[in-house]
Design a protein around this ligand. Structure first.
Ligand SMILES: Nc1ncnc2c1ncn2[C@@H]1O[C@H](COP(=O)(O)OP(=O)(O)OP(=O)(O)O)[C@@H](O)[C@H]1O
Length: 256
């Protein structure tokens, strides 16, 4: 469903080249729930942006549902749902319901299907009390639930999540995790989740890919991840060890 083959992305910053992602290869099969980990500046968001077609790789190839996201952006957009936890995709001044209606138009979702999906999402994400509230007046937790609903209204095959639990309290996080688990197990939606919250990973992901300095540093099951540091009992200790293993400054910068 998702495939990166030696994908790379550089950015020119004045006279420097930043290698945000380099030689990155991994794939995600239909129905998997995969966690994408990495320290700050590792290249996770850049990877996600390439998968969504927001950024074009400067080397290698990226495929989403067999399609090149940069060339087939509209088709790919209909197959995927995306949530950027740090930035809403909803219309700030509009009531949540109007944002959903705009999504319906953008994704050309049949009115009857939209109604039934909206009813289902309203119930499972408990949106009823604030459907008519402008997005700018929503709390972070309410807004995140709204963003998740917007990402799923067109029933995508793949859900790509960039830090969807950032800033949420423990109860809100638990609710979102429960919802995501159900989306994956009951609907069979493929999920790629980037997060710094290791509880998200422990509770949701059967497999983990770890990116460090733009490169793949680990790809395996949660059990295999834990086995990389025998004697460490918590995932936090294991991941800290992996992050600090070959520590280099973030954002590997090479002089041109
Ligand atoms: N548009 C851009 N222009 C220049 N450099 C960029 C750009 N976007 C990302 N970078 C750089 O690429 C590297 C990877 O950034 P990216 O946002 O992908 O990391 P990340 O793993 O998502 O980090 P975080 O966990 O902090 O969100 C960083 O060094 C960052 O500064």
């Amino acid at each position: 469903m998702i495939r990166l083959d030696r994908a790379g992305r550089t950015f020119k910053v004045r006279r420097n080249v930043v290698h945000a992602v380099r030689d990155l290869s991994f794939s995600v099969a239909a129905g998997e729930f995969v966690g994408c980990l990495g320290p700050n500046g590792a290249g996770k968001s850049t990877t996600i942006k390439m998968l969504c077609g927001i950024l074009t790789p400067t080397s290698g190839t990226v495929r989403m549902a067999g399609l090149d996201p940069a060339r087939r952006r509209t088709t790919v957009a209909r197959r995927i749902g995306v949530v950027f936890g740090q930035r809403t995709t909803l219309w700030w001044d509009l009531p949540l319901l109007d944002s959903f209606e705009l999504c319906r138009h953008l994704y050309k979702v049949d009115r009857g299907l939209f109604r039934s999906r909206l009813d289902e999402l309203t119930e499972t994400l408990d949106l009823g009390a604030f459907l008519r509230t402008p997005v700018r007046q929503l709390s972070l937790g309410q807004r995140m639930r709204g963003d998740l609903a917007a990402a799923l209204l067109h029933a995508p095959d793949v859900l790509v999540l960039d830090e969807p639990t950032i800033g949420l309290d423990v109860v809100s996080k638990a609710g979102i995790r429960d919802f995501l688990r159900r989306v994956n197990t009951e609907r069979g939606t493929t999920v790629l989740l980037t997060t710094h919250d290791l509880v998200d990973v422990e509770r949701l992901c059967r497999r983990v890919v770890l990116i460090d300095h733009g490169r793949l540093a680990f790809d395996g099951s949660l059990e295999q991840l834990m086995a990389t540091a025998p004697g460490q009992s918590s995932i936090e200790d294991v991941v800290t060890r992996l992050y600090t293993g070959g520590a280099r400054p973030p954002g590997d910068v090479a002089r041109q």
